[in-house]
Design a protein around this ligand. Structure first.
Ligand code: NAD
Length: 332
């Protein structure tokens, strides 16, 4: 049985803790946070079933710990991640992996030298709906992908250490990466508005992946909550609406049929005719994405395999974010 420790019990850490505790194949050994008030809160839930400490050093010095999960601010991922790997422990780290691509490459190299594994919590690729979409696409049901349109907006918690894009679009970029089997991005354009934060709180990315294009919106200043993905294919199209409790995923038999014009004198050689058939709501597995993410990493360690969201996938996602940051047109 592998022994896990959790660093960071702020907003997201309690969700990681809940799923570590729920997994009976995992020995959940430590909760560590710099803040005693957060540890007191954790004690209300886990009483004396885990150890509590404010000292990160104490956790990584413990030879019994195999895996360290980081749920700390993104700006601390690199420094703490490096120390976890140097201590010879497997690293589970919240998204986004690091603040930049160079740091991500460094951690990847270090992990290979130390013989430990990295798993970045690209949580959405472990969501039953996204797994189902991948199945649908791999079966060829959608045909060729024309575009993916992603939006993630809410009247959200405005952060200062990351932009809305680094905080939210990382989810959509990881979904695109997973569904396209790691397609390399060819061209990235972006625009952002800096308001209520030091970093852009409203961002738009458009990216060209060669055989499809993507539009990715991230927004903390929206009157409604939206978590939506539309994929248009040459055969069918689908909409995944994470906010819809009943019909999260709908596959539409809609599109265009291209017909050669019968009249050779017709102005266009080809005409397109809309096609509208049934809409199907596929059955989704029950299961929690975060639980699946942690369990996937546990199995990777046991079976000596690389994580689906290991350093390579995370580097592809960070590359788009970095490129988008570099050329972002900013409106203040
Ligand atoms: N997967 C998801 O869907 C998802 C959702 C929300 C947040 N996150 C990610 O989770 C991470 C944490 O976000 P958050 O909103 O919980 O942040 P937060 O600021 O609420 O919590 C971070 C906690 O880490 C603690 N901490 C920082 N440095 C520490 C150290 N050296 N030792 C021990 N404790 C330390 C802080 O005291 C704080 O309690 C971020 O990377 C964020 O992007 C992921």
């Amino acid at each position: 049985m592998l022994n896990f420790a959790l660093i960071g019990y702020g907003y997201w850490g309690p969700n990681v803790a809940k799923n570590l505790y729920k997994n009976k194949q995992i020995e959940f050994k430590y909760i560590c946070d710099l803040r005693q008030d957060r540890l007191n809160l954790a004690k209300d839930s886990y009483v004396n079933e885990v150890n509590y400490t404010t000292k990160f050093d104490e956790v990584i010095a413990d030879d019994n710990i195999d895996v360290v999960c980081l749920a700390v601010e993104t700006s601390a991922h690199y420094e703490l991640g490096k120390r976890v790997i140097e201590a010879g422990k497997h690293l589970y780290v919240e998204k986004p992996f690091t603040d930049n691509v160079a740091q991500a490459f460094e951690l990847k190299k270090l992990a290979a030298e130390k013989g430990v594994k990295i798993h970045v919590d690209h949580i959405m690729i472990y969501h039953p709906a996204i797994v189902k979409i991948k199945e649908i696409m791999e079966a060829g049901e959608l045909g060729d992908t024309i575009y993916m349109d992603c939006s993630r907006m809410n009247l959200g918690k405005v952060k200062n250490d990351v932009s809305a894009m680094w905080d939210l679009s990382v989810h959509d970029l990881s979904i695109i990466d997973f569904l396209s089997n790691g397609a390399e991005v060819k061209n990235v354009k972006s625009m952002g508005r800096v308001i209520y934060s030091k970093k852009p709180s409203v961002t738009f990315i458009t990216a060209d992946y060669g055989y499809f294009i993507a539009n990715i919106k991230a927004n903390w200043i929206s009157p409604i909550k939206e978590r939506k993905l539309i994929i248009a294919g040459t055969k069918k199209m689908l909409v995944y609406d994470d906010v819809d409790v009943l019909n999260k995923l709908i596959v539409y038999d809609k599109g265009f049929d291209v017909i050669k014009a019968s009249d050779p004198m017709e102005y266009y050689e080809f005409v397109v005719k809309t096609r509208s058939g049934d809409a199907v709501i596929p059955q989704l597995d029950v299961g929690d994405a975060l639980y699946n993410s942690l369990e996937h990493f546990r199995q990777c360690i046991i079976n000596k395999k690389e994580s689906l969201s290991g350093a390579d996938a995370a580097i592809r996602v960070l590359t788009v974010l970095e490129e988008a940051d570099k050329n972002m047109i900013i409106s203040e």
